[in-house]
Design a protein around this ligand. Structure first.
Ligand code: COA
Length: 175
């Protein structure tokens, strides 16, 4: 049985991630989608929220497991003796340098941790979680970018956060 792990921030999961999940789930017997932390980023959604979005978005794919880990991917890989390989999506050549660096660092930290890349499908090459968040904050149409089952939760939280930030900024200008 071959098991792959698909790591990411998923803040939130987009149709681009889902495209990789659907394709990888057909290549491996089991796919573990793991929500991790990039310490250089600030996140809009908590880890439980990001996991819940992923669970909803992948509910119809039986061989997908959703997990989270607060540490190095190489250590998580080590803990999961059932996992054989890391899967990552590549959207454009601009992703390559960063992903290449991460793949080598992970292998350096854990020689068992090999990475394979899946090219993103053409219709999702420009999608990113930040872009989705901006569309949601300004009330744009999310239907092409995010699984329908999580539109409302994303929009509600992000518009609320955005309204709060605007109100705070306005209050500061009147101080
Ligand atoms: N379709 C659409 N968007 C995609 C995508 C795809 N197929 N693949 C990646 N993206 C987007 C993401 O939405 C994200 O967009 P954003 O920057 O607007 O949020 C961006 O590409 C990067 O995504 P991701 O691959 O999740 O990278 P990341 O830097 O957010 O997180 C971790 C990478 C969490 C996997 C990495 O930091 C990690 O392993 N953390 C644990 C600690 C560790 O081991 N560090 C690494 C040592 S090298």
């Amino acid at each position: 049985m071959k098991t792959a792990i698909y790591p990411g921030s998923f803040d939130p999961v987009t149709n681009g991630h889902l495209d990789i999940i659907q394709r990888a789930s057909k290549m491996f017997d089991k796919l573990v989608v793991v929500v991790l932390i990039n310490p250089l980023k600030s996140y809009s959604f908590t880890i439980p929220e990001r996991c819940e979005f992923l669970r909803k978005a992948t509910a119809d794919i039986p061989n997908v497991e959703i997990a989270s880990f607060d540490g190095l991917l190489a250590d998580y890989f080590n803990q999961r003796q059932d996992v054989d390989v890391i899967v990552k999506g590549l959207r454009a050549t601009s992703d390559f340098e960063y992903e290449f660096q991460m793949a080598h660092t992970n292998k350096d930290l854990n020689p068992r941790a090999e990475t394979v890349f899946i090219p993103a499908s053409l219709k999702t090459t420009f999608v990113s979680s930040s872009m989705v968040k901006q569309v949601a904050m300004f009330g744009g149409d999310l239907s092409k970018y995010v699984p329908a089952c999580i539109h409302e939760e994303i929009r509600t939280k992000l518009t609320h956060d955005f309204d709060e930030a605007k109100a705070l900024a306005e209050a500061r200008t009147h101080e």
